[in-house]
Design a protein around this ligand. Structure first.
Ligand SMILES: [Zn+2]
Length: 595
């Protein structure tokens, strides 16, 4: 890629001009005032509000949410590109604290709403203007059985900033400050994980060993943080009466515990037939008997070193989107005519990639750490999927919209699939096809299967934490067991890599999120399979409609137009079969080959 050309940065000035923008404090003040006024207007009165007054209260709440999201969203995005700038993290913290403080004045509303009888709720929802907010109101009521008295809710909220949230923040800042050293050169976590994807086996080994060393060195601290996070969650879960550690998450996502268990079990039953089989062939392709743990994602020796410029990447991704759906393309291309993407890696910038919209009613921003590898092309396809998904649901309004993880990854993974298929179609020779298929199956395993191994790790960690703190050694042990079971005999899982779990951020900031990757991947695989089969009429329109409804429709209902039912074991197996379909193609191409 051309180093001289400056890659685009995002421009957050549509929210605030910078850390010192005076409007920030004005808005914080305004939020507090409005929250107080809201309490004055409606506290103790929700049961007596007329339909007009109730509607007005929702609109007031909506305005408050806009202000809060704008402030915290800006502070967050402003911080993630400069994690070492203490002024930026202090601003984020100050805003979170002020908003939390002021939001205490709003707590009564959902409690009073939940105290309404079902008949009162039905009568309010009979008003068309109010029924627009049904997804939000339904969501509020869903938590009714788990709500605590107002003073306890207030205390929990207040204490969160120095308990659960504090540990998450400490974890994030701690990890961002870690430095890794290879051949006398220092790297941050994003840079070192890129080294693990190098074609140079020696370099991968050095990076792998360095990651092992750093994880081991920090085992005590990170295990301590993890124990605190799990316990903090358990205390709250118990007070609220959640049955299992993942119940709260599943309730929020409107998925039953059973559905998730069926998914996890079905995936585990496929470890051998998909993951083990794949690593066996990958070992052959790498010319080794057993793959080193850090080499699971290694590129193949004959893979071309091709790098992609930013412009090329954008073209490949947009063309693939366009060939599937001109409507989706129209949504996607907007991201490149504005400063909505922060492209290049920088010192102190958060690693990885994400899409985040301070306001659901406005466009989102994408964060990348683009270095021009083939994987970066797919990462753009992925995050752009999130971006388009966000754009398609703006009209649902800030109260109705929420992040439902089970469907949150559909658009992103589907976007990746489109770009992969176009790359495979354009592959010139057998070796390129092999390398693409190997990469894809590798990635699909990382998403659909490996995340379930992660899921079993966290399920066990939370379960064991009930009888006391887990030592770093015990956490490492569980990790190794899950890794060995999922990776199989062709991958060398040794004790040195036992503390790598520390790097899975989701364990810390979003417990029980990891299965969502597998959930979404299997859903997408099924959808994609249907698209290939051509069996569903008007697939494009149905798909776009699905995306616009992921937060407001029942998750079982929204898949109905495709004839899919996520409650059935066959549904998950169907998704996994697509991986097998690519794996078989790979095995065929490798037959008799001397690699
Ligand atoms: Zn994603």
């Amino acid at each position: 890629m051309t180093k001289s050309k400056k890659l685009p940065d995002w421009d957050l000035s549509e929210y605030y001009k910078g850390i010192d923008d005076e409007q920030i404090d004005k808005d914080l003040k305004l939020y507090a005032q409005k929250a107080k006024k809201f309490a004055k207007d409606y506290r103790g009165k929700v049961a007596k509000l007329s339909a007009d007054e109730f509607l007005k209260s929702l609109k007031d709440l909506e305005k408050l949410s806009v202000l809060a999201e704008k402030l915290s969203g800006f502070a967050y995005l402003n911080m993630v590109t400069q994690m070492q700038n203490t002024k930026a993290s202090a601003l984020y913290q100050r805003i979170s604290e002020s908003l939390t403080e002021a939001a205490k004045d709003l707590l009564f509303f959902s409690l009073e709403y939940n105290a309404l009888s079902d008949a009162q709720v039905t009568s309010l929802l009979a008003d068309k203007r109010i029924s627009f907010y049904q997804p939000y109101l339904k969501r509020v009521r869903k938590f009714k059985p788990y709500e605590l008295k107002e003073d306890i809710e207030k205390t929990l909220l207040e204490k969160d900033i120095t308990s659960g949230s504090a540990w998450v923040r400490y974890y994030e800042e701690f990890m961002a400050r870690l430095t890794y050293e290879v051949d006398g050169k220092k790297y941050n976590d994003a840079e070192i994980s890129k080294l693990s994807l190098s074609k140079d086996a020696k370099l991968r080994e050095k990076a792998g060993k360095e990651i092992n060393r750093v994880s081991k060195e920090n085992s005590f601290t990170v295990s301590y943080i993890y124990n605190m996070i799990i316990k903090d969650k358990a205390v709250e879960d118990e007070k609220r009466g959640f049955k299992t550690p993942m119940s709260a998450r599943n309730l929020a996502e409107e998925v039953s515990d059973k559905t998730v268990d069926v998914l996890a079990e079905t995936v585990r039953d496929n470890y051998k037939d998909i993951a083990w089989r794949f690593y066996k062939i990958k070992a052959k392709l790498l010319g080794v008997k057993k793959i080193k743990y850090w080499d699971r994602n290694a590129p193949l020796p004959f893979e071309s070193d091709k790098t992609y410029s930013w412009d090329e990447t954008v073209k490949i991704v947009l063309d693939a989107y366009k060939s599937f759906s001109p409507k989706l393309y129209d949504v996607a291309k907007e991201f490149f005519s504005h400063n909505w993407i922060d492209v290049a890696p920088k010192t102190g910038k958060r690693s990885g990639a994400f899409c985040s919209g301070p306001l659901v009613t406005e466009h989102p921003f994408l964060l990348l750490n683009f270095v021009g590898k083939r994987n970066d092309v797919l990462t753009l396809a992925h995050e752009l999927g999130h971006g388009c998904h966000h754009q398609l649901r703006r009209k649902n309004g800030i109260l109705n919209e929420t992040t439902r993880m089970t469907t949150e990854e559909v658009a992103s993974v589907f976007g990746e699939m489109l770009v992969f298929q176009s790359m495979l179609n354009n592959a010139k020779d057998k070796k390129e096809k092999i390398s693409l298929l190997a990469m894809k199956v590798n990635d699909m395993i990382n998403t659909a299967i490996r995340q379930i191994a992660f899921h079993f790790f966290e399920t066990r960690a939370h379960a064991e934490r009930k009888s006391g703190e887990l030592s770093a050694e015990r956490l490492n042990e569980i990790w190794l067991e899950e890794m060995k079971a999922s990776l199989g005999p062709s991958v060398e899982v040794d004790n040195n890599s036992a503390a790598i779990w520390e790097q899975v951020g989701h364990f810390f900031f979003l417990p029980f999120y990891v299965y969502a990757y597998s959930f979404a991947d299997c859903v997408v695989n099924s959808l994609y399979w249907l698209k290939l089969s051509g069996k569903v009429k008007n697939f494009e329109d149905k798909y776009l409609k699905l995306l616009s409804q992921t937060a407001i429709g029942d998750y079982k209902e929204i898949f109905k137009p495709f004839g899919l039912n996520p409650e059935k074991r066959e549904f998950w197996q169907g998704g996994l079969n697509l991986i097998k379909y690519y794996l078989v193609q790979l095995e065929e191409l490798c037959k008799g080959g001397n690699f």
